[in-house]
Ligand binder design. Sequence first.
Ligand SMILES: [Zn+2]
Length: 151
Amino acid sequence: MYKDNLMEKSCNCGGVMTIHMHTLIYSSKIKITHVPVYSCGECGRYEPLPVIKRDLGLLISELGEQPPGRLHLSFADRNEWASVLKDTLAAGTYAGGLPELEELVRKALQGRVDLLLDVYRTAASVSDQKWMEDTEVRLSQLTAHSANSAK
Ligand SMILES: [Zn+2]
């Protein structure tokens, strides 16, 4: 499903960017945790993963229109990809380093897709339109990356 290396990419400065969970502070008061980013060990630049950019943009524009009562939210609650990465990172140590993490994340992503497909079938079997749409959105969050790289 994902051809490129997910856990790292090269930076414009020539350094290596590796995956991290980042905490964004929006409007200097709203804290958004669990935002997957690539960050460069050489120059310190960071950027959101392409696969989550659209969702992150949506979240930011929602916050802009309607500041929420609470000041702390987790991006993993809104985005399946961030959720899978968060669970994988929380599951423990990976002695094999990034290559091992890469494999774990790929497996976890595939597992989540399979799970959501099961959920979708269940929703369809009871003709629950809302549930089916919700599940479709979640699936698209996991597959947006391959769609984007096909462009
Ligand atoms: Zn750099």
